[in-house]
Design a protein around this ligand. Structure first.
Ligand code: GSH
Length: 295
């Protein structure tokens, strides 16, 4: 019975491989540059960037990815807070994946436009060639698809609902304040900064409630709210350095100060969160040079 199932799975994968190869040939024929090599089942070649916790940090865990896991690709953009989220989640679960970095200053890739025709945004997770869009949806997919490793969402339905509520709140309130920092007028920038500070004060109270004495919103472990809020920390640091004032500070948000340090130092986070100086350089270009991309 189990054997039949495995054989069927094997056949399905072979068929998916064949389809992927046919699609690649067709794209070649039509002169469309393929973004990825047309062999989804084979591990990425050594020149392809591959991520996952370092074996030094997680002895024995870096090799636990099953063949299924090798069929995971992520279309992202190194500077995007939204794209950092699934990378953290995949690292937490020790899933190996191939990372495909977009460069909007040149053009959006065909693969991105084809995989996310609705929003045309990163991140997009490709699991066995099937796209999943929107970072919050992707995080929940990763948690449900790979049950091993730490849980991203709490096990209790009520706690899960609360975590989802705050994740959505962060994107509703904090993300627009961040975008406000792109404004040209100094007053608009200052307003956005104040808004960000006010939202961090809200999150300070949420941290006290959800962490229940642990170091993270998820308690003892990094969870959904940690990933969603934490993905903005690199941008927050850039704004702090530009404005010369703190968004997260000892006086008003002492809990978040410690949380931010713990989060940024976490093994699943530290290599994927953009470095402040690089993001600052990029922000200068991206905010002040009009991208060539036709959205
Ligand atoms: N709600 C989306 C937001 C994603 C998003 O805004 N991605 C940006 C990069 S930070 C993007 O790809 N923007 C391209 C565009 O706006 O055309 C998510 O959570 O995934």
């Amino acid at each position: 019975m189990q054997r039949d199932k495995m054989e069927r799975q094997e056949e399905t994968r072979e068929m998916q491989d064949r389809l992927a190869r046919m699609e690649a040939l067709l794209m070649q024929h039509l002169g469309i540059r393929p973004h990825v090599p047309p062999t989804p089942r084979t591990p990425p070649s050594p020149v392809t960037e591959r991520y996952g916790p370092q074996s030094d940090d997680h002895p024995g865990e870096a090799t636990m990815a099953a063949s299924d896991d090798l069929e995971v690709k992520l279309i992202g953009k190194w500077s995007s807070p939204f794209a950092v989220r699934p990378r953290i989640a995949l690292n937490l679960k020790s899933i190996e994946y191939e990372y495909l970095n977009e460069n909007y200053l040149i053009a959006k890739s065909d693969l991105l436009l084809k995989s996310n025709p609705v929003y045309k945004k990163v991140p997009v997770l490709l699991h066995r060639g099937r796209p999943i869009c929107e970072s919050l949806v992707i995080l929940q997919y990763i948690d449900e698809q790979w049950r091993h490793g730490p849980s991203i969402l709490p096990s209790n339905p009520y706690d899960r609902a609360i975590a989802r509520f705050w994740a959505a709140y962060i994107d509703d309130k904090l993300a627009p304040a961040m975008l406000g920092m792109k404004a040209e007028r100094e007053e608009a920038k200052a307003e956005a900064m104040e808004k960000m500070k006010a939202e961090m004060e809200v999150m300070e109270k949420v941290f006290k409630d959800l962490s229940r004495g642990g170091g993270f919103f998820g308690g003892e472990e990094v969870g959904l709210v940690d990933i969603v809020l934490g993905s903005f920390l690199a941008a927050v640091r850039v704004f702090e350095s530009v404005k010369g004032e703190k968004v997260i500070d000892e006086e008003k948000t002492p809990g978040l100060v410690g949380w931010a340090q713990r989060f940024c130092a976490h093994v699943a986070v530290r290599d994927v969160l953009p470095e402040t100086h690089k993001l600052l350089e990029y922000a200068k270009k991206a905010f002040f040079i009009k991208p060539l991309v036709d959205k």
